[in-house]
Design a protein around this ligand. Structure first.
Ligand code: SF4
Length: 314
């Protein structure tokens, strides 16, 4: 028997961004053109459903390029890769197809420009995230004149030694929390008043818009579901925003883990989805909630996105 009525508010925008759509299309087009298997370095985007779907179509995800037969095509993921990875692919006679999101490439270009100008660069990001590895890997060797260093927190900024040059700059991962990053940037600016900023914020439009949409819905919700995988940075940040405002938030990417007991005493539920999560998962979640309770579903108005990125030559 169903229990009462639950109001479901859907955040907008939510789900796929232009960079993720482009990366998925690149894998699908490569499969059409060259046939299976098509090798992809790491997860092309961080979403279990998307990865399983591409695997079924013939994509093979690998961590180690040495496992790929020479002469094969290799797709670099939306998170981008280091120069060392590109060189290694070349050495192994692999044919690269680049699915790096153009907004990540923009950050790579900034890093390369700063390095050529002999700057010491601070990269704000999460250690171990593939985007951070790719961006920091634009610099192959730190030198006394130019270098790149990771900053993950205010504490890291406080621990930095004073540097005897004005040639200091920063860049950031594209999928960070806008608010947390601006606190770190303020700390960097206070320690190094002449620090050079990127021309535009490195946090991408999709991250910003999805975070703004969640902030806009917080007031009315008893619980927020973020559809997205645990390893998706931008999805995790959406859940964090809700929790920072004392609203229960659950990250979910597979409806077989949906636990209806969480809905007890909940009247208003918000749903959003990270930039790598497909809409089909949002719809599956609504179906699950509807098994427990009658639902009234409404879309919350938000920024309309019209960004489209050109495909590379495949
Ligand atoms: S989240 Fe932003 S940077 Fe990452 S793929 Fe999407 S548009 Fe590109």
């Amino acid at each position: 028997m169903k229990v009462g009525v639950i109001n479901i508010a859907l955040a907008n925008p939510r789900g796929f961004c232009a960079g993720v759509e482009r990366a998925i299309i690149i894998v699908e087009e490569a499969l059409k053109k060259y046939g299976a298997p098509i090798y992809v370095r790491n997860e092309v985007v961080h979403n279990k459903y998307v990865i399983n779907d591409l695997k079924q179509k013939g994509a093979v995800f690998v961590d180690d390029l040495h496992t790929i037969p020479s002469g094969s095509h290799i797709i670099f993921s939306a998170h981008g890769v280091s120069k060392a990875v590109r060189k290694s692919a070349d050495k192994l006679h692999l044919i690269p197809i680049d699915a790096t999101c153009p907004l990540v490439t923009k950050v790579h270009n900034e890093v390369n420009r700063f390095y050529e100008g002999q700057y010491h660069i601070f990269m704000i990001g999460h250690k171990g995230h593939p985007e951070v590895e790719g961006t920091m890997g634009q610099i192959e060797k730190n030198s006394p004149e130019a270098s790149i260093h990771l900053i993950e927190s205010i504490d890291d900024v406080e621990k930095l030694p004073n540097i005897d040059t004005d040639k200091i700059s920063y860049v950031s991962q594209t999928t960070l929390s806008v608010d947390d990053t601006s606190i770190i940037i303020d700390a960097l600016k206070s320690k190094f008043p002449n620090i050079k900023s990127p021309k535009n914020s490195d946090i991408c439009y999709a991250t910003q818009n999805r975070q703004d949409a969640v902030k806009g819905m917080l007031g009315n919700q008893d619980l927020i579901f973020v559809v997205g995988s645990n390893n998706s940075s931008n999805s995790s940040r959406l859940a964090e925003i809700a929790k920072q405002h004392n609203i229960e938030a659950i990250l979910i990417d597979d409806m077989k883990f949906f636990d209806p007991s969480i809905l007890k005493n909940k009247k208003n539920i918000g749903i959003t989805a990270g930039a790598s999560a497909p809409e089909i998962l949002v719809q599956q979640l609504i179906v699950e909630i509807n098994k427990y309770s009658d639902t009234v579903v409404s879309e919350i108005k938000g920024v309309e996105e019209s960004v489209i990125f050109k495909l590379p030559i495949i």
